[in-house]
Design a protein around this ligand. Structure first.
Ligand code: GUN
Length: 287
């Protein structure tokens, strides 16, 4: 069996068109949804990510402001900028690109963002909201993975989902989202004794480690859904995920490619969170 592809570019196109429609409706009511993206320093990967985020906003009719600061920016100055953006009515979402330079405590900066504008979903209030099933913002990458599962009509209830990776921005929130859909969830990580024994039981595997070939064909149950969050380079410098795509696609039922899978969905869910933030603000000020 060759797995069917879950096309992140095609799904993104559909979801971004919905964002554009919602943005137009807000504009008709005099509200222009706005995202502020803050970049400190010149990390080349961050520069690419930030450029893509700003361009995606423009393409969907969202207003975006890119603030770039030198790598020497002090923590106090960055906190002051975040505070100004918290109080700026034209800004509905704030994203401070990570990593930050060593002199800045990233967690402190994230906690300074108003939870109502935390479109990255990294604030402890957002994490708590996800954990308790309260309204908040979900981190974009696992949120995008959930949308991909939804797009194939996959019923998670009663299924076994294995998440490989336990980061705060992907692994842990991913597990909570799958749990909320009544999957039985196992979180695996670098100290897991026998990863293959876990993944071979899984109906759904999400690989979010940041290492090539973490999941190979012998580790996958026939017909399973495989979501690859990895973004790595192979020996030829080509973009690849955490999954041995060529091998696993012969065993899995569904698989996400890299590139063209989870990557575009992450940016798409940032747009969704931003339009949601703007709608919530508009609804609150209308009452
Ligand atoms: N750095 C890499 N990915 C992300 C992301 O999704 N959000 C932020 N703020 N920084 C990142």
């Amino acid at each position: 069996m060759t797995a069917q592809l879950i096309d992140g570019n095609a799904l993104s196109k559909t979801l971004r068109a919905e964002v554009a429609t919602r943005a137009a409706a807000l504009k008709a009511r005099g509200v222009v949804p706005g995202l502020a993206v803050v970049l400190v320093g010149e990390n080349p990967a961050s520069q690419v990510y930030v450029r893509n985020k700003v361009k995606a906003c423009e393409d969907s009719g969202l207003h975006s402001v890119l603030e770039k600061y030198p790598a020497e920016l002090s923590e106090a100055d960055l906190l002051a900028r975040v505070e100004a953006l918290n109080n700026d009515p034209a800004i509905h979402g704030i994203l401070v690109q990570l990593p930050l330079p060593a002199q800045i405590d990233a967690q402190k900066v994230i906690e300074a963002i108003a939870p109502a504008k935390d479109v990255d979903g990294f604030h402890v209030a957002s994490a708590g909201a996800l954990m308790t099933g309260s309204p908040g913002f979900w981190p974009c990458t696992p949120y995008g993975c959930m949308k991909m599962l939804e797009s194939i009509g996959y019923e998670l209830r009663g299924k076994h989902a294995v998440v490989i990776g336990r980061s705060n921005i992907v692994g842990k929130p991913m597990a909570l989202m799958l749990l909320a859909q009544s999957a039985t969830v196992t979180i695996c990580h670098s100290a897991t004794a026998d990863l293959g024994a876990m993944t071979r039981q899984a109906d759904v595997v999400v690989a979010a480690v940041g290492k090539r070939n973490v999941l190979t064909a012998d580790m996958v149950k026939p017909g399973a859904v495989v979501i690859d969050v990895g973004m790595n380079r192979n020996d030829e410098g080509k973009l690849c995920g955490d999954v041995d795509f060529a091998g696993v696609r012969e065993v899995a039922g569904w698989i996400t490619p890299v590139p063209g899978g989870v990557g575009p969905m992450t940016i798409t869910m940032l747009l969704v969170n931003t339009i949601e933030a703007a709608e919530r603000t508009a609804a609150a000020s209308a009452t």
